[in-house]
Ligand binder design. Sequence first.
Ligand code: TMP
Length: 247
Amino acid sequence: MSVISKLYEGKAKILYQTDVPEILLADFKDDATAFNAQKKGSISNKGIINCSISSKLFQKLEQKGINTHYLDNPSSNQMRVKAVKIIPLEVVVRNIAAGSLCKQTGLELGTILKQPLVEFYYKNDELGDPLLTKDRLLLLELASEEQVEEIIHLALRINEFLQDFFGKCDITLVDFKLEFGLDSEQNILLADEISPDTCRLWDNSTNDPQKRVLDKDRFRRDLGNVENAYQEVLQRVLKTVEANASS
Ligand code: TMP
């Protein structure tokens, strides 16, 4: 397989077309942005760390029967993926109140939600990724009613797996964002990435509200030690994958 041309450059990844039309190459960057790219920076080794974590989680999800775009890794910060048409939705699943949920509802940080909350945001940088109602999403024809139902079902199954998996890493999965895409047969595949950039992950070994943060909130809120936190997540993910493979 060889790379033909750059297809798209996002804030955290570059997608390349390859000589196989059904296969793209995703190159994970060290660049970090927050607040719709108003804050910009770089996290050393983030590309390698996020590519490695995402790859392991996608492989595990595939084993659980969840279809993802993941194929393999030609290098440590690159992922070969199935070409999909991205559904322009950021699907957020929340188990614990944090971030914009607290800001917009007044819920206290750390409130445990009685059941997971699935939310849709319009993936549109110009509009600042606004929160959508289901009716607005259907009005904009971003997905069909059946696709919305399937996405909610998949998001909840993925949440169950990730909660359990991160639990084994001694990490609490607070919330996370998913993106889905359609392949040429209109199957819905999990796409993008699952990493400390796209999840809120709290270390169970401390209750300190700053020390426990192992995700991009360290960058967003200038908490320091960002790379260490990302490395810590990777090490625990690798250890858990290994322990489960041998049991
Ligand atoms: P929020 O609380 O800011 O709405 O974020 C919810 C989750 O979604 C959190 O785990 C971070 C993730 N997220 C992204 O992956 N990309 C984004 O652009 C935003 C705003 C959040």
